[in-house]
Design a binder for this molecule. Sequence first.
Ligand SMILES: [Zn+2]
Length: 269
Amino acid sequence: MTYTYDYQELEKDLALFRLAYPLIPVFSIGKSREGRHLYGIKLGRGEKRIFFNGAHHGMEWLTAKLLMQFAFDLAEGKHLASSLLAGRCLYLVPMVNPDGVEIAKTGKRWQANATGVDLNHNYDALWHLSKQAEKDNGITGPGPTRFSGAFPESEPESRSVADFTRQNGFDLALAFHSQGEVIYWDFCGFAPDKSYTIAKRFEEISPYQMDSASGIASFGGYKDWFIRTFKRPAFTIEIGMGENPLPIEDLPEVYRRTLPLMLEAIRLA
Ligand SMILES: [Zn+2]
């Protein structure tokens, strides 16, 4: 079986992280449907709050590994971390959907959580339109992808991430997905002016290109909900190129190409 950065691998990394950096908070923001923790890390202590999350989708576990590597680098003081994080703090939740990752690692083409709800269609952002689009796309119930659930935040994972977001009042959020090297930066025209400026800057300093979501992917996502609810910038960042799941061998190149964007997001928050 090909390598998957699964829940166990994440826990191993977090155990190492705790040993190496005992002063940096590692915590759980809630539990998945099957009782796995949604782990978080907090780096820095400043006023500006930035939130990076990964692996809303089962086959997109490379995003979790990317965020863990970023956490290790910053904790180690790389990328001028202390000046980068001056006046800021970065919250990371690398694996929002651990159950989905566990299912995908068996070789199933699976993006949803354990109950067959696509977590990135389960947020309260014109959710009813996501529901409507399901029918046009032949989705009649729980399954591997794009089923929005019974109501917004019906799932423990999306509910925990939304609660965590409400509690912390983030200034900026990035939701990492794969793949395509694309930046989704708006939601139905609700994005503040700053969103466009930041996305333009991401384009300048990285290979990523701005795009707008269309069709069934347009509603109920985390960044959609964040923009609509808080009127602050949030972005979906589609890492890498190829077919999901992207292989672990892609990580060094994906990291190299995504790093400038991650650093800039912290600077511009
Ligand atoms: Zn995704």
